[in-house]
Design a protein around this ligand. Structure first.
Ligand code: NFE
Ligand code: MG
Length: 525
């Protein structure tokens, strides 16, 4: 007989996600991902000055805010036909690159790693390494004080939990180091963006300012330290775990999604955006080595199972976001985006497959399936790509600033100071970009110099999508099917699968408790 397991809220993610699964014979046989909050940013945008789009949409989330600001600017720039100057492009790459260098290591160490470590093994560390003994003393002091958060509460260790005292203590040492490093990466981003979170540095047409030599020096020093950690600690840790203790989880295909992957491409390498660091495209139906060109016309959003008016899928330019709490069959505030009718996984694994990144394909050929462990590996590998690109972008920026001519304000060729810029009377624009969690799209329609229509399709909307009008599950729902749950009182594999997507529900539902009186429960198993 099947049993229902509810995880609500799923912790160590951003925002409110409730997951319900049915377990039969020790495996998940059905799953529902439920976004339990509503935000309504698309309504907030209506009637506003298009220049506000960057700042308002940045408030969707405190994690990937710059991604929304950048994507909103891209959409309005498209509507206007504006060209971002070279230095503006490079500053955006550096500002957001630093944010990715903050976001991905944080996800691995602070949001995911504890699912795989028996932290209590630290007490058994008996080596002589002074650093590791310091970590041991720190953790034992927490235990003594009866305050072991955030190491507890936790799920019980299982067959995939790493319990070697030295490995665990080392991982926790890196966890602590990563706390410092993520702060440095964010600080670097603030140097170019004015502040963090919700940097103010991106405006329609470019950026608000350019750094002086002292700021460039500070930025470089911080980024160098972060890059060193990414190369020498984060990436080796992820690959060592993935090809070592977690290899059985990786080859068993735990957390495999629907086999469809979508990426829009990001980090322009030229001013026309013809070349990008991450590429655009789609991988369909599990053909992992066949990449199709991206066709944004194939994107739709259905709301058949969402608390919104409407039903079957429509293109975002025609989509509405009107709440309907009485809807039969609805179970989420997340819409159901589809590409060519298919649920699509977005994010690091999608990006690395769409660009056929050799190191990731090598893992696949070693038997690593495109599931939970592969997502962590892909995230580390793409962090390395960003880390490798940053020094070059900084040098290009210095060369550009030395020319001293890209910051003239006014005109469509080099808007730097938007107070000199009038929004277009009318126009349609689409911004397609990548946020750390995956493909991000903003669609704007401007009329009478005001925003008439705005739609946002966010990475976690793709990944945490509910069923569509044909009853086809979203990627996380799909990925949960088959997940081993030998003990329903300890559903650790469920959160391992969910967290491998690094979901952000704040983004996905675009914090209001619905008026329905619906209550967020404590973790209920
Ligand atoms: Ni709120 Fe986001 C990212 C965007 S999420 S974190 O990355 O856009 O789905
Ligand atoms: Mg939306």
């Amino acid at each position: 007989m099947s049993q229902r397991v509810v995880v609500d809220p799923v912790t160590r993610i951003e925002g409110h996600l409730r997951v319900e699964v049915e377990v039969d014979g020790g495996k998940v046989v059905d799953a529902w991902a439920k976004g339990t909050m509503f935000r309504g940013f698309e309504q907030i945008m209506q009637g506003r000055d298009p220049r506000d789009a960057t700042y308002v949409t940045e408030r969707i989330c405190g994690v990937c805010m710059g991604s929304h600001g950048w994507t909103a600017a891209m959409a309005v720039e498209k509507a206007h036909g504006a060209q971002v100057p070279t230095a503006g492009r490079l500053i955006r790459n550096l500002m957001l690159g630093a944010l990715w260098l903050h976001d991905h290591p944080l996800h691995f160490y602070h949001l995911a790693a504890l699912d795989y470590l028996d932290v209590m093994a630290i007490a058994k560390y008996s080596g002589s390494d002074p650093g590791l003994n310091a970590v041991k003393a720190k953790v034992l002091a927490l235990v003594e004080a009866g305050d072991t958060y955030p190491l507890t509460p936790r799920y019980e260790p299982d067959e995939f939990t790493v319990s070697d005292p030295e490995v665990v203590t080392t991982a926790v040492a890196h966890y602590l180091k990563a706390l410092e490093i993520q702060a440095k990466a964010k600080k670097a981003s603030a140097i170019l963006g004015g502040k963090q979170p919700h940097q103010s540095g991106i405006v329609v047409g470019g950026v608000t300012g350019y750094p002086n030599p002292e700021q460039i020096k500070q930025f470089r020093n911080l980024v160098n330290e972060v890059v060193d950690f990414v190369k020498n600690t984060y990436v080796p840790d992820v690959l060592a775990f993935g090809t070592g203790p977690l290899l059985p989880l990786a080859t068993a295909g735990v957390g495999n999604g629907p086999g469809n992957f979508l990426a829009y491409g990001a980090f322009p390498l030229d001013d026309q955006g013809k070349e990008t660091l991450f590429k655009s495209g789609a991988v369909l139906d599990g053909n992992l080595t066949r990449v199709q060109p991206l066709d944004p016309g194939k994107i739709t959003e259905a709301v058949t199972h969402s608390w919104f008016k409407g039903g079957a899928g429509v293109h975002p330019t025609a989509g509405a976001t009107e709440v309907d709490l009485d809807k039969k069959d609805a179970y989420s505030f997340i819409k159901a985006p589809r590409y060519d009718g298919r649920p699509m996984e977005v994010g690091p694994l999608a990006r690395m497959l769409v660009m056929q990144h050799r190191p990731l394909l090598d893992l696949v050929s070693q038997g690593v399936q495109p599931g939970a462990v592969a997502r962590h590996a892909a995230r580390a590998l793409e962090t390395l790509m960003v880390a490798d690109a940053m020094p070059g972008w900084l040098e290009e920026l210095e060369a550009e600033l030395a020319k001293g001519k890209s910051f003239k304000s006014g005109g469509s060729a080099g808007i730097h100071d938007t107070t000199h810029w009038d929004p277009p009377e009318s126009g349609d624009g689409m911004g397609l970009n990548e946020a750390p969690r995956g493909a991000l799209g903003h669609w704007v329609r401007i009329g009478g110099r005001k925003i008439q229509h705005y739609q946002i399709v966010v990475p976690t909307t793709w990944n945490a999508s509910p069923r569509d009008e044909r009853g086809v599950r979203g990627p996380i729902e799909h990925a949960l099917i088959g997940t081993p749950v030998p003990d329903i009182a300890n559903p650790v594999n469920i959160v391992r699968v969910i967290r491998s997507f690094d979901p952000c529900l704040a983004c996905a539902v675009h914090v209001i408790e619905p008026a329905s009186g619906r209550r967020l429960e404590a973790v209920a198993v």
